[in-house]
Design a protein around this ligand. Structure first.
Ligand code: NDP
Length: 247
C-alpha cells in the first residue's frame, strides 16, 4: 500500500473529510496539494502533514473558478512534475424545502459540488493521460442515492456527481485512469455538527452500526480506491454509511 512519490490533489482539503484524506494519503508517502477556499486553514493542514520526504503545498482555489483550478493543476506539475490522484472532496450544503429554496442556493450547490468536479477532472486528465495512469475519487453522499427532504439541491448534485464519475470512468479507462466515488453516510464534521440533538438521535436510529462515521472511515475507503490493488475497480460507488443504506 505504498504511494511514495505519487502526487495527490485534494479539494476542500483544509478540514473535515478532506483533511483526513490528506493525512491518510501522506501517511503512505504521497505528496499533497491541499486546495481550499480557506488558505489559512489549508496552510495549517499542510504544515501538520509535511514531514520527511512528504511535501505538501497549500493553494487557495475556489473549485467553481475554472481558471484558478487550471492554474492549480499547472502549479502541481511545476512543483512535483506529475499528478497521480485527484480527490474531488470540496462540497457544501444550502438546505431548504423545495418551495422555499432560492435559485441562488440551487446554483451555488450545483456549482461547487458538481461543476467543481468537472473543472478539476478536466484540469488533471491531460497529465494523467500522458502518464497512462491516474486515480480520480469523488466524494458523493448517501443522500445522492436515497434523496433527502430539504436537500433537493444537494442530493441532485451528488447524484449527478455519480453519473459524472461513471462517464469519466468509461472515457478514460483505456488510458489506465480509474474514476470512482465514495458515498459517505452521516459523518461527524462541521457539516453535521450543527444538527439539533433531536435530528442526530433520529439519524442514529437509522444507522445499524449505531454511530456517526468519522472522517477517517471515509479516508480509508479513498486510500483503497487510489491503491494499485484497486486497479480493476472503476465507475463504482463505495458506500461508507454504517449500514444506513444497503444496496
Ligand atoms: P466541511 O465543510 O467540513 O469541509 C469542506 C471543505 O471544503 C472546507 O474546508 C471548505 O472551506 C471547503 N470548500 C467549500 N467550498 C469550496 C469551494 N468552492 N472550493 C474549494 N473548497 C471549498 O465538509 P465535510 O468534510 O463534511 O465534507 C466533505 C465532502 O464530503 C463534501 O463533498 C460533502 O458533501 C461530503 N459529505 C459529507 C458528509 C458529512 O456527513 N459530513 C456526508 C456525505 C458527504 P470553508 O471551510 O471555507 O467553507
Amino acid at each position: 500500500m505504498n504511494l511514495k512519490g505519487q502526487v495527490a490533489i485534494v479539494t476542500g482539503g483544509a478540514r473535515g473529510i478532506g483533511k483526513a484524506i490528506s493525512h491518510r494519503l501522506a501517511q503512505d508517502g504521497a505528496h499533497l496539494v491541499i486546495s481550499d477556499v480557506n488558505l489559512e486553514e489549508a496552510r495549517q493542514t499542510a504544515q501538520e502533514i509535511a514531514m520527511g520526504d512528504v511535501k505538501c503545498l497549500a493553494v487557495e482555489v475556489n473549485v467553481t473558478d475554472g481558471k484558478a483550478v487550471a492554474e492549480m493543476a499547472d502549479r502541481a506539475i511545476k512543483e512535483f512534475g506529475r499528478i497521480d490522484i485527484l480527490i474531488n472532496n470540496a462540497g457544501i450544503t444550502r438546505d431548504g424545502l423545495l418551495l422555499r429554496m432560492k435559485e441562488e442556493d440551487w446554483d451555488l450547490v450545483l456549482n461547487v459540488n458538481l461543476k467543481g468536479a468537472f473543472h478539476c477532472a478536466k484540469s488533471v486528465l491531460p497529465a494523467m493521460s500522458k502518464q497512462r495512469r491516474g486515480r480520480i475519487v469523488s466524494i458523493a453522499s448517501v443522500v445522492g442515492v436515497m434523496g433527502n427532504a430539504g436537500q433537493s439541491n444537494y442530493a441532485a448534485s451528488k447524484a449527478a456527481l455519480i453519473g459524472f464519475t461513471k462517464s469519466v470512468a468509461r472515457e478514460y479507462a483505456s488510458r489506465g485512469i480509474t474514476a470512482n466515488a465514495v458515498a459517505p453516510g452521516f459523518i461527524d464534521t462541521a457539516m453535521t455538527r450543527d444538527l439539533s440533538a433531536e435530528v442526530r438521535d433520529g439519524l442514529m436510529k437509522q444507522i445499524p452500526l449505531g454511530r456517526l462515521g468519522t472522517p477517517q472511515d471515509i479516508a480509508h475507503a479513498v486510500r483503497f480506491l487510489v491503491s494499485e490493488e484497486a486497479g480493476y475497480i472503476t465507475g463504482q460507488v463505495i458506500h461508507v454509511n454504517g449500514g444506513m443504506l444497503m444496496i
